[in-house]
Structure formats: C-alpha cells, structure tokens
Design a protein around this ligand. Structure first.
Ligand SMILES: Nc1ncnc2c1ncn2[C@@H]1O[C@H](COP(=O)(O)OP(=O)(O)OP(=O)(O)O)[C@@H](O)[C@H]1O
Length: 266
C-alpha cells in the first residue's frame, strides 16, 4: 500500500476520512462527491433511504470498492488505494450483512481467524492444521475466548456456526471483527434480522464499543442510529444531504423530505 501523510490540521486526525468520493457503476452515480469524517472515539452513523448509497459508502470504507475520484484518509495518512486484506494492518475491522462465517470450523476457530492479523500470510492455516498448541496459537485462542466472553457467547465456542440462531451468529461475526483489536470498527446493518429486544442489546453493545474505539455504523433502523450515534451523515441519491448530531439530523427538513413516506421516527 502506498500512503502519504496528509496535511496537519493541528487536531487529532480522523479515524477515517472520505473526501470528494465519487463512485459510478456504468451510468449510475452511486456516490457523488461524498465527504465524511469519523472522529476518533465516536460512533458515526450513515443513514439514507433505499438506494441512497450507504452500501457503496461502506464498501469504499472497507476497500471493496475503489472510488472513481476522491480520497481516503486513515489517521492522517492518505491511502492511494485500500484493499480488504489491508484492513487489519490499518487496525480496522468490519462486519458484513452476509456475516461470512466459516461453517466447517468451530465458533472459536472463526474468531481466531479474526484474532490472527497475519491470516493473509497463511500463518493461520498452518496453526489450525497443527494438533499441538504453539505459544502463538495459545495466545490467539486466549484472545478469541476473551472476546467471546466479552460478548456473552463463550458457551458456543466449541459449536459450529450453522447450528446456532441468527442473533448468535451475528455476535460471532462481531467477535471475529473485535478479535483483530481494531481501533476503527465498520458495521454494516448490524441490526438487520434482530428482534426489538435484541436490537436494544445491540444498541448497548455499540455504545460500549464506542467508548473503546471509533465506530462507523451503516444502518436502516433509525431508532438505533439515533440512540447510539454521536454524529450522523445522511445520504440521498448518492449525496450527503445532512450531517450532525442525532437531534440536528432528526429535525433537518432535507432529511424529513428524503424520508417522506418512509418510516422516520421522532
Ligand atoms: N454493483 C452495482 N452495479 C450497478 N449499480 C449499483 C451497484 N451497486 C449499487 N448500485 C446502485 O447504486 C445506487 C446506490 O446503491 P447502494 O446499494 O449503495 O444504496 P443503499 O443506500 O445501500 O441501498 P439499500 O438501502 O436499498 O441497501 C443504487 O442506485 C444502486 O442501484
């Protein structure tokens, strides 16, 4: 990865900053000159009606999509290009809507995949293949178990993901991301498929994560976003139409207009 220091703003660098990001898919402009800055130690929400560009923005932040134009700056360093395998090296981790768990290995081993920052080097593969526990493997297992315990799902460590309820599987995916010890966590629709009670628990969890790291939360569920986010960026038709605190965004006429006919809660 090539990177260059960005201009010193004199303040603590953003955990993640996207500037003037434009993404086109053929004739469709999914994002148009979008800017967003995730302040260190904050929970930053991204919302918008269907087709607004949320997923595309998330994919740019994860390196899945390279913008046609624009800059990605991580803690003061401008990244020419961001690839998914570079996330761990940048102390970033993400969860996806599709979870992406490995069903043929245990929950614990799934989380070890996250704990092993050197997975792309094949280090993890050799560890999992070895019957005897090396010092490194022991440390990885301990770290993975600690994260599972932190999320209240350590009892599932020896189980296989496919046999477990969806909300538990979502926590496993989160545990895998957290096991990489990120300082920036990117969450894509973490509340989808959860009951109201489970969503409440998730809200508490995201709030507590926000006190330990920076979080970018892309989410449909307005109640959750309003409850846990310090700042919110609102997209519509690929453009930023509002940005501010939950109260500012909630009362913004442009946001109300964008959601007209949709379920906005006050
Ligand atoms: N791979 C792609 N190819 C072509 N068009 C795409 C692609 N991905 C997204 N788009 C288009 O870009 C626009 C933004 O899509 P995106 O999925 O980012 O929005 P979204 O806010 O996540 O929508 P939703 O809430 O419905 O998931 C939409 O018009 C979508 O049809």
């Amino acid at each position: 990865m090539s990177s260059t220091p960005s201009a010193d703003t004199g303040t603590r660098a953003a955990a993640l900053e996207l500037s003037d990001v434009t993404v086109r898919f053929g004739g469709i402009t999914a994002l148009s000159e979008v800017g967003l800055s995730v302040r260190p130690g904050s929970v930053h929400g991204v919302i918008g009606p269907n087709g607004a560009g949320k997923t595309t923005l998330f994919n740019v932040a994860c390196g899945f999509v390279t913008p046609d134009t624009g800059r990605i700056v991580r803690e003061g360093r401008t990244l020419d290009k961001l690839a998914p395998h570079q996330l761990a090296g940048l102390s970033m981790a993400r969860t996806l809507q599709g979870l992406g768990l490995f069903d043929r290995i245990t929950v614990l081993d799934n989380v070890i995949v996250g704990a092993d920052r050197h997975a792309s080097s094949g280090f993890l593969g050799s560890l999992l293949a070895l019957p005897g526990a090396s010092r490194e493997e022991k440390a990885l297992r301990e770290r993975a178990m600690a994260v599972l315990a932190d999320l209240g799902i350590e009892q599932y460590a020896g189980r296989y993901p496919a046999s477990l309820p969806y909300p538990v599987r979502k926590r496993i995916a989160l545990a895998r991301a957290l096991a990489a010890e990120p300082t920036l966590l990117l969450l894509d629709e973490p509340a989808s498929g959860l009951s109201a009670a489970e969503m409440d628990e998730l809200g508490d969890l995201v709030s507590s994560l926000g006190s330990r790291m920076s979080v970018m939360l892309v989410e449909h569920h307005m109640d959750l976003v309003m409850r846990v986010c310090d700042e919110i960026t609102v997209l519509d038709f690929g453009k930023v139409i509002a940005h501010g605190t939950p109260d500012e965004v909630r009362n913004d006429p442009a946001v109300l207009a964008a959601y007209l006919g949709d379920e906005v809660t006050h």
